[in-house]
Design a protein around this ligand. Structure first.
Ligand code: SF4
Ligand code: FES
Length: 269
C-alpha cells in the first residue's frame, strides 16, 4: 500500500511471531505505529517492544550497521533493520519476517549456529607469521584484491538471499566461501591447500548457481559471487598443478616396463 495520504495516517507493523520452545504454529501480530517518524525499522521495533509488547524478540547491538545482528526481511526485502529508514519504505503496511534459510528460535531471532559452523570450517584467519622487527606491508594492488571481503560484517543476509541454500542447506554458502577467498588471496597467507580442497565439491565452491542475489542483499558492497568464482579459478589451477606434477616422475604404484615389450601385430583388413 503506498503512502499517498500523508504522514498523519498511521503505519501498521505486521510481525512474524513464533516460539520454537512452544508447540504452537507461527502467527502474525499487528501493531499500530505513528507515521512520519524519522527513524529506522530497528528503532520502531524497539518502541513497539517497549510500549506495546515486551515479548517481541529480535537481535541488535550496534544500531549502526556494524555488528550485523539485526538482519531480517522488511517488506520482502532483506536488510539491516538499523539501516532501513521507515520513510524509505514508502508504505503504510510494514511486514517484518525473520531471515530466510535459517531456523527460527523466537520471532525474528534465528539460529546462526550453522552459519558459524560453516564460517569456522574455512579457517577465517591469516595463516602467516607476522611480526619481528619488520612491518608486513601490502601493495595497493594486493589490497584491492581483498578489500571488499574485509568489509563483511557477517550479518548473514547473503545466506538468507541464496536460492541454493534454500534447497540445499549443506551448501557452504556465499559468506564463508567469499571469506575463504579473501584469505587465500591475501599476499601474506601461507596456509596449505587443505581448506581450498575441502570446498572442491558440489556443496562447496561448485554449488553456486551464480544467481547473484547475495550481491544484491549485501549491505556492505561485498560481491560474494566474485569470491566464489575466484575460488573456482584457484581450484582449477590447483587441479592442473596436481596433474602436471603427476606427469613429472614415475607414479609410486607404476608397474615396471617389461624388458621386451610384445610386438604390435598389424591385422590385415
Ligand atoms: S558478504 Fe555481505 S551479506 Fe554476506 S555476511 Fe558479509 S556483509 Fe553480510
Ligand atoms: S544493530 Fe548492528 S547492524 Fe544493525
Amino acid at each position: 500500500m503506498s503512502l499517498k495520504s500523508g504522514p498523519t495516517e498511521g503505519l501498521q507493523f505486521e510481525v512474524f511471531r513464533y516460539d520454537a520452545s512452544r508447540d504452537e504454529p507461527p502467527r502474525i501480530d499487528r501493531y499500530d505505529f505513528p507515521a512520519g517518524e524519522n527513524i529506522s525499522v530497528l528503532e520502531a521495533l524497539l518502541r513497539i517492544r517497549d510500549e506495546q509488547d515486551p515479548t517481541l524478540a529480535f537481535r541488535y547491538a550496534c544500531r549502526g550497521a556494524v555488528c550485523g545482528s539485526c538482519a531480517m526481511s522488511i517488506n520482502g526485502r532483506l536488510g539491516l533493520a538499523c539501516r532501513v529508514q521507515l520513510r524509505h519504505l514508502h508504505a503504510r503496511r510494514i511486514v517484518i519476517e525473520p531471515l530466510p534459510n535459517f531456523e527460527v528460535v523466537k520471532d525474528l531471532v534465528v539460529d546462526m549456529d550453522p552459519f558459524w559452523e560453516k564460517y569456522e570450517r574455512v579457517q577465517p584467519w591469516l595463516h602467516a607469521t607476522i611480526g619481528g622487527d619488520k612491518e608486513s606491508r601490502m601493495s595497493d594492488a594486493q589490497l584491492s584484491k581483498i578489500d571488499q571481503y574485509v568489509n563483511c560484517i557477517l550479518c548473514g543476509l547473503c545466506m538468507g538471499a541464496c536460492p541454493v541454500l534454500a534447497s540445499n542447506p549443506a551448501f557452504t554458502g556465499p559468506a564463508a566461501l567469499s571469506k575463504l577467498y579473501r584469505f587465500l588471496e591475501d599476499a601474506r597467507e601461507d596456509r596449505s591447500t587443505e581448506t581450498l580442497e575441502a570446498e572442491d565439491r558440489h556443496e562447496g565452491a561448485w554449488g553456486c548457481h551464480t544467481i547473484t542475489r547475495c550481491i544484491a542483499a549485501c549491505p556492505k558492497g561485498v560481491r560474494p559471487t566474485d569470491g566464489i568464482e575466484g575460488l573456482r579459478r584457484k581450484l582449477i589451477k590447483h587441479r592442473l598443478k596436481k596433474v602436471a606434477s603427476l606427469g613429472r616422475g614415475p607414479r609410486p604404484d607404476a608397474q615396471p616396463v617389461p624388458a621386451e615389450a610384445p610386438q604390435r601385430r598389424e591385422v590385415p583388413t
